[in-house]
Ligand binder design. Structure first.
Ligand SMILES: Cc1ncc(COP(=O)(O)O)c(C=O)c1O
Length: 394
């Protein structure tokens, strides 16, 4: 990929040069085409009358366009995809949908997001299930996450909850062998993947990966509209995952309009009125990314940029990266090793923001996270690293 091609591609993003942006793991920047697609959809709906047969057909078309685009990008059948609002809603659908019995065991890793942890805590409270935590943080720079995780399975384990890319350290978990390890332990174990940091980063084929539930959002690495996400449910386990939140979009009706069955595929977990007019902002965002290169090429570029950032950070004596080897995703986490860490980290994040450089603070482990996307430039990274050096060197 030539540098000129990236520079041309960057022009798709109207605000990319307004600041130095390293928060793609929090929220992406939208391209002009994606922004325009949302505006156009809003106008179209008003023009054709918001509550009309034409509007219903239009909403259906936007919904199915997005479902097909997501399915194509993730290597999954369209009817295995449920459209949601965000990652956490997808995790809720999977976690509440299982027929939990008192004494069932749920295994979660020590690197999961607080929203997902909170669901698990409430499940424990409601259903008296056993919950245990598998320590994967120590495997960041050595050790085997697969063996570690499998060793925490119990005879009564019903679900394993893990992220594909850990949001705090950027570690990529080897999902295929983990799924294989869980399956050979017991075919009762279901695997829920928090994919907030992997969708839009890793080239994915969900059919091959074999996880049961894969919950993601479209507003981070795909750079789509905030408020749109999705959930993949492996077709073979769909019937056993009952909908928890239910509405007119989840069901089929008889001639009198009364519910008679669930909708066929992933639609059964969709509820009622949603922000469908945001969907073209995601469909277009994915197409913009596809226009630059394949998912594998984009992933290669993300890692190329994160490696450069990781290498540059090694040149600042007061900074230590969490990883001792170059990153395998776009997340680069680091700590300041001199002085009181927490105050230092907060001060650095705020100091950088005042210079128009956006990174985020993480609490566990206490660190700062900077994200590189495939269109991040070395010049942006140089600016970030120079400013970090200037602030911590004061
Ligand atoms: C790993 C992980 N899970 C869940 C979330 C929450 O995402 P959402 O707002 O899409 O539910 C995030 C967001 O930062 C995340 O990084």
């Amino acid at each position: 990929m030539t540098f000129d091609r990236i520079l041309t591609h960057r022009q798709e993003f109207p605000f990319l040069d307004q600041y130095a942006y390293f928060n793609y793991g929090g929220q992406g920047l939208m391209s002009r085409r994606a922004l325009e697609a949302v505006t156009q959809a809003q106008e179209t709906l008003q023009r054709i009358a918001p509550f009309s047969q034409a509007a219903y057909d239009y909403s259906l078309q936007l919904t199915e366009d997005l479902r097909r685009t997501i399915a194509g990008e993730l290597g999954a059948p369209p009817d295995s995809i449920t459209l949601t609002e965000d990652t956490t809603v997808g995790c809720n659908i999977a976690l509440w949908g299982l027929d939990w019995q008192a004494g069932d065991h749920l295994l979660i890793t020590d690197c999961e997001h607080q929203g997902v942890l909170a669901i698990v805590q409430e499940l424990q409270h409601r259903f008296s299930i056993e919950v245990s935590v598998c320590p994967l943080l120590p495997t960041l720079n050595g050790g085997d996450p697969v063996t570690t995780l499998v060793s925490y399975l119990r005879p009564n384990t019903r679900m394993v909850v893990l992220s594909h890319v850990l949001w705090n350290t950027g570690q990529v978990l080897p999902l295929e062998p983990i799924v294989a390890g869980c399956r050979s332990h017991s075919d009762r174990v279901r695997i829920l993947v928090d994919a907030a940091q992997s969708v839009g980063v890793l080239p994915l084929n969900l059919t091959t990966l074999g996880a049961d539930y894969y919950a993601f959002t479209c507003h981070k690495w795909w750079c789509g509209s905030a408020g749109v996400g999705g959930l993949y449910v492996r077709p073979e386990v769909r019937e056993a995952l009952r909908p928890t939140f239910i509405g007119w979009r989840s069901i089929r009706t008889n001639a009198q309009g009364k519910p008679i069955a669930w909708e066929g595929g992933g639609k059964r977990y969709e509820v009622a009125t949603s922000a469908v007019l945001l969907y073209p902002g995601v469909t277009t965002a994915i197409q913009v990314q596809q226009s630059l290169g394949s998912a594998a090429e984009r992933y290669g570029m993300i890692c190329d940029r994160s490696r450069y950032l990781w290498e540059q950070l090694q040149t600042i004596p007061q900074v230590t990266t969490l990883r001792t080897t170059p990153p395998e995703s776009g997340l680069v986490s680091f700590q300041i090793t001199s002085g009181p860490q927490q105050a230092q980290h907060r001060g650095l994040v705020m100091g950088l923001e005042s210079q128009g450089i956006l990174v985020r603070l993480l609490l566990d482990p206490n660190c700062i996270r900077a994200c590189t996307h495939y269109f991040t430039t070395e010049a942006e990274i140089d600016r970030l690293v120079a400013e970090i050096g200037a602030i911590v060197g004061k």
